[in-house]
Design a protein around this ligand. Structure first.
Ligand code: HEC
Ligand code: HEC
Length: 467
């Protein structure tokens, strides 16, 4: 009995779930009891099949060249004054890491957190002597930290950079203290965000607002019966950093940011401390730590190659805009079944499988299907996921439906990277467990997921890891 041997030798998981469903009905009691004990499990990070070409297909020669220039900028490492070999000036005085690609790196450049967190080594780079906060672990996710409240109790919500340039060889004379993370942790005043992957970001940018709004209206009876609402975030929302034109914002965990270019400008200053034409002032202007004229990165008027004229911020945005979407695994029987169950239980009511782009000056972005598995809308996810940070229209318990494309190769899940396990990520949607039960907009859908049998759950997880 081949199946039986597989089961006892290597655990239930080694048996293909498709096989189990096929064979159920013709086996001995012993095998039945094995099947009954089968528990669905996250199959883990999918390896292999990285796309041969990281760029979108169908780019013009100059777009291809601009992509290459953007990629170089994205890989660039910042130092304080540009005096260290192969670096650009502008780092700090406060920062979380020294390059875009350092945080957005897995499974390829433009992705998200790698298995080994580069922030641990960053703390001491160039003789700096930063403490590594307790929530930064070598085998944990890259994190940025926000404080919920100021010491006087008013709302904060801003990013408090982990590190300072104090002690670095290239920052003599600068003396700054890191934020008091120990106290913030003790008072449960600190919340985290992990990097979102950037593959296919240009396609997300090219979706018309009306497409997002119409998709939110679709299946309204089903959504209502499942307790699913949702609303767009907008530039006109309270506390929004993206301007005032009133259009739908879509980037970041709370869909708080309007465009790849604005995100680039903000990330350059917030994550690396590099001032730029979109965010020209240092976030900390302590005179002894103020080494360069600001903005530190700007348009290169003297460049001879016209593609080199734009500032780094523009180059980053071009790179991300032209980055290919993730490539899913080829369909198998279990993946096809899982996709159907994902729809049947209602996951797809928020995680919309496909939206379509509108008109775009970049032909490769125009009129394309975007298989992002998100409605790009905000949903109330309940107190279990709430971070008490408001951004634009997004309240403390609201998040953008996380796009699930590329999920198969991701290591860390949810906005704060709290888990590596897909099942835990799903259960975290369900609302609060402790004390008084407070539901989320996904509670009923998670309930339906929980009522699937273990083999069906396994199909669904296999489908998620195919993305
Ligand atoms: C220290 C790690 C870190 C570095 C360095 C970093 N990022 Fe990020 N990135 C993040 C985190 C965390 C988020 C999620 C932020 C949020 O939603 O609040 C993010 C999100 C983004 C997004 C939003 C994508 C989406 O669809 O939501 C873009 C765009 C982005 N980063 C671009 C950049 C660029 C360009 C650089 C370099 C200038 C950069 N990042 C450097 C951590 C980093
Ligand atoms: C009410 C809308 C909604 C429904 C229904 C929903 N999700 Fe989500 N999902 C979200 C939001 C919002 C997030 C981001 C939450 C966070 O990070 O705090 C998310 C995150 C995720 C993540 C983590 C992704 C990442 O980038 O880390 C996975 C996996 C996921 N959902 C799977 C599912 C599955 C499977 C179902 C069906 C059983 C489901 N979701 C149903 C809204 C929803």
């Amino acid at each position: 009995m081949i199946f039986h041997r597989h089961i006892t030798r290597s655990g239930y998981m080694m048996v293909s779930v498709a096989m189990l469903t096929v064979i159920a009905g013709s086996f001995s009691e012993e095998v039945y009891s094995q099947i009954a004990r089968f528990a669905a499990r996250d199959p883990g990070v999918r390896t292999g099949s990285v796309p041969a070409d990281p760029k979108l297909p169908g780019l013009t020669p100059s777009e291809q060249k601009a992509f290459g220039i953007g990629l170089e900028a994205f890989l660039e490492v910042a130092s304080v004054q540009g005096t260290i070999r192969d670096t650009e000036a502008g780092l700090g005085p406060r920062f979380n890491l020294d390059s875009c690609a350092g945080c957005h790196t897995h499974p390829d450049i433009g992705g998200t957190s790698p298995a080994i967190n580069p922030q641990v080594e960053m703390a001491k780079k160039e003789s700096a002597n930063n403490d590594v906060p307790s929530f930064i672990k070598k085998d944990g996710p890259v994190r940025e930290a926000r404080f919920k409240h100021n010491p006087d109790g008013t709302a904060d919500g801003g990013v408090h950079a982990l590190f300072t340039i104090t002690g670095r060889n290239d920052a003599l004379g600068c003396s700054l203290n890191q934020p008091d993370f120990r106290t913030a942790v003790a008072r449960q005043n600190v919340v985290f965000r992990i990097p979102t992957p950037l593959f296919g970001a240009g396609l997300i940018e090219a979706i018309d607002d009306d497409t997002i709004l119409a998709n939110m209206q679709a299946h309204s009876a089903t959504k209502q019966s499942l307790g699913i609402g949702g609303r767009p975030n907008r530039t006109s929302g309270r506390r929004n950093t993206s301007g005032n034109d009133g259009t739908v914002t879509r980037f970041g965990w709370k869909a708080q940011n309007k465009s790849l270019e604005i995100f680039s400008g903000e990330a350059y200053n917030v994550e690396q401390g590099v001032t730029n034409e979109l965010f020209p002032q240092e976030r900390d202007e302590t005179p002894t730590c103020y080494f360069n004229a600001t903005p530190e990165s700007r348009t290169n008027f003297d460049a001879t190659d016209p593609l080199e004229v734009p500032s780094d911020v523009v180059k980053f945005a071009v790179f991300m805009r032209l980055l290919a979407p993730p490539m899913p695994a080829p369909d198998t029987d279990t993946i096809v079944r899982g996709r159907k169950l994902f729809g049947d239980v209602g996951c797809a009511m928020c995680h919309t499988p496909t939206l379509h782009t509108g008109k775009s000056p970049v032909v490769a972005l125009q009129d394309k299907d975007v298989n992002l598995y998100s409605d790009l809308a905000l949903h109330n996810m309940g107190p279990n996921l709430a971070d008490d940070v408001s951004q634009g229209n997004a309240g403390g318990d609201e998040f953008r439906t996380a796009p699930l494309w590329g999920l198969g190769k991701r290591i860390f899940f949810l906005h704060d990277g709290r888990t590596k396990d897909l099942l835990e990520a799903i259960q975290a949607h369900a609302g609060s467990g402790g004390g008084q039960y407070v539901p989320s907009e996904a509670s009923q859908v998670v309930g339906q997921f929980n009522r699937l049998n273990e083999i069906e759950k396994q199909h669904l997880l296999n489908f998620l890891r195919s993305l």
